[in-house]
Structure formats: structure tokens, C-alpha cells
Design a protein around this ligand. Structure first.
Ligand code: ATP
Length: 226
């Protein structure tokens, strides 16, 4: 499904690390890139019905819903990506698509974590891997990893207070998700994928000095590779 005319870039990082903020700032700075937001709204209300809240169900009863959550995350992300990839780019636009998280992250972070801590059993994980094999062609060529201390993520997450996460996500869970990111993105072998690690511990939404530092690194990363 990946067409040679596109470079796929994803922004990765823990829950509450600031990915959506970075994506929004990048949208302003690079209007010639195409963007894919994360389909969180769809997970919060299946078919637009807020009583069918899969994200909420997952956090309330993880062992019951972890596998279902992964299957639906896979479906909804693939659907969005397919739509964007099949829509022709303007010739004057950069042939580059930037996404908040990726199918690979769903697997390497959430499916692997759920399996490691027993929320996804061996049979479910084997089934999930079958789906995942179908999407291998959609791996990103470039990844921007927003690396943030889990304690900082925890306080940012509490500030934004998304209903489903308020009393369900512990520091321990954020530390697990952090560890999965480190294992995945800092390991030595990454064939055909370039990774930029950006430290996002300091607030960067309103701090222009911090923002400029980050954008210098991003500019260089994009220029070297696109
Ligand atoms: N594959 C998945 N399986 C389970 N939960 C997921 C998956 N992908 C995302 N989530 C959950 O969806 C919610 C939104 O995810 P995510 O961390 O990507 O965005 P965010 O919290 O808005 O990030 P940021 O604060 O960095 O912008 C979080 O509660 C996250 O744990």
C-alpha cells in the first residue's frame, strides 16, 4: 500500500509526552506536509455513539478489552492511512506524510506491553500478529521520538484530564509504556528507518526558545533525509 512517492514519518512518545502539540506546531511550520491525526475520537465513541467507548472500557477493564482495543486501533489507523495515501498529493507539496503514532507503535508499544503484563494472552497475541503482518509495508521511514520522563508525562496527563485516563492510568503504566518506547526506538538495529530523538521534558508549547531548539533539530533531520 505504501507508494514510493511518499515518505512516512511518525511522531512517537509516551501518553502525555506532547505529541499532539508537536504535530500542531509542525502543521503550522510545514504547510506543505500532509498530516494524519490519531483516531482517538473514534475509539471513544464507536459509530459516533459515546456509550460505546472502547478506550474507556479498555482502561476500566484492561484484561477484558486489551485485545479488542488493539484490533480496533489497527483497523482505524489502517483505514485513515489508506484514505490519506490514496488521495493524490499536489505536485508542489512535499511528498511526505506525518502521523501521530503508527501501526508499528501500536504493536511495539501497546500490544507487546499488553502481552508482557498478561492483559493479552498468548493466543490473542498470535492472532494480532497475523493482522500486523498485513501492515508491514506501512512502516515509517522516519520517526521523531519525543522522549519525556514518565513523571513529567504523568503531570501533563493530569492537567489535560481526559475522562478515560483520569483515575485509571498509573505512573507504573506510564513507566511501562516509556520502557517499551526505549526498547523499540533506542535499540541498535533499525533497518530502513531513521530516528530523531528529541527531549521534551521542558515545556515547549509556550517557550519559544525551547521550541526553536526542537525545530532546528527537526529541520536538519528533514533536510538530510528528504
Ligand atoms: N494501540 C493502542 N492501544 C491502547 N491504547 C492506545 C493505543 N494507542 C493509543 N492509545 C491510548 O489512546 C490515548 C491517546 O494516545 P496517545 O498517547 O497517542 O495520545 P496523547 O495521550 O494525546 O499524547 P500526547 O499527550 O503526547 O499528545 C492514550 O490513552 C493512549 O494510551
Amino acid at each position: 500500500m505504501k507508494s514510493k512517492q511518499y515518505t512516512l514519518i511518525s511522531i512517537e512518545g509516551n501518553i502525555g509526552s506532547g505529541k499532539s502539540t508537536l504535530l500542531r506546531l509542525m502543521q503550522q511550520k510545514y504547510p506543505d506536509l500532509r498530516f494524519i491525526a490519531e483516531p482517538v475520537n473514534e475509539w471513544q465513541s464507536i459509530n459516533g455513539d459515546p456509550t460505546l467507548n472502547l478506550l474507556g472500557s479498555f482502561y476500566e477493564e484492561p484484561s477484558r478489552w486489551a485485545y479488542t482495543m488493539q484490533v480496533y486501533a489497527f483497523y482505524s489507523r489502517l483505514k485513515h492511512w489508506k484514505e490519506v495515501l490514496s488521495d493524490p498529493l499536489n505536485p508542489e507539496d512535499r511528498h511526505c506524510i506525518l502521523s501521530e503514532r503508527s501501526i508499528e507503535a501500536d504493536k511495539e508499544i501497546f500490544a507487546v506491553n499488553g502481552h508482557k503484563n498478561g492483559m493479552i494472552n498468548k493466543l490473542e497475541f498470535a492472532l494480532y500478529e497475523k493482522f500486523y503482518e498485513l501492515a508491514l509495508l506501512m512502516n515509517c521511514q522516519m520517526i521523531i521520538y519525543l522522549q519525556v520522563d514518565p513523571d513529567v508525562c504523568f503531570s501533563r496527563m493530569q492537567k489535560r484530564a481526559r475522562d478515560e485516563e483520569k483515575n485509571t492510568i498509573s505512573k507504573e503504566y506510564l513507566t511501562q509504556i516509556h520502557d517499551r518506547h526505549e526498547e523499540w526506538l533506542l535499540r541498535e538495529t533499525h533497518q530502513n528507518t531513521s530516528i530523531l530523538v528529541l527531549n521534551g521534558d521542558k515545556e515547549f508549547e509556550s517557550d519559544l526558545v525551547q521550541q526553536n531548539k526542537m525545530f532546528n533539530a527537526i529541520d536538519q533531520f528533514l533536510q538530510e533525509l528528504l
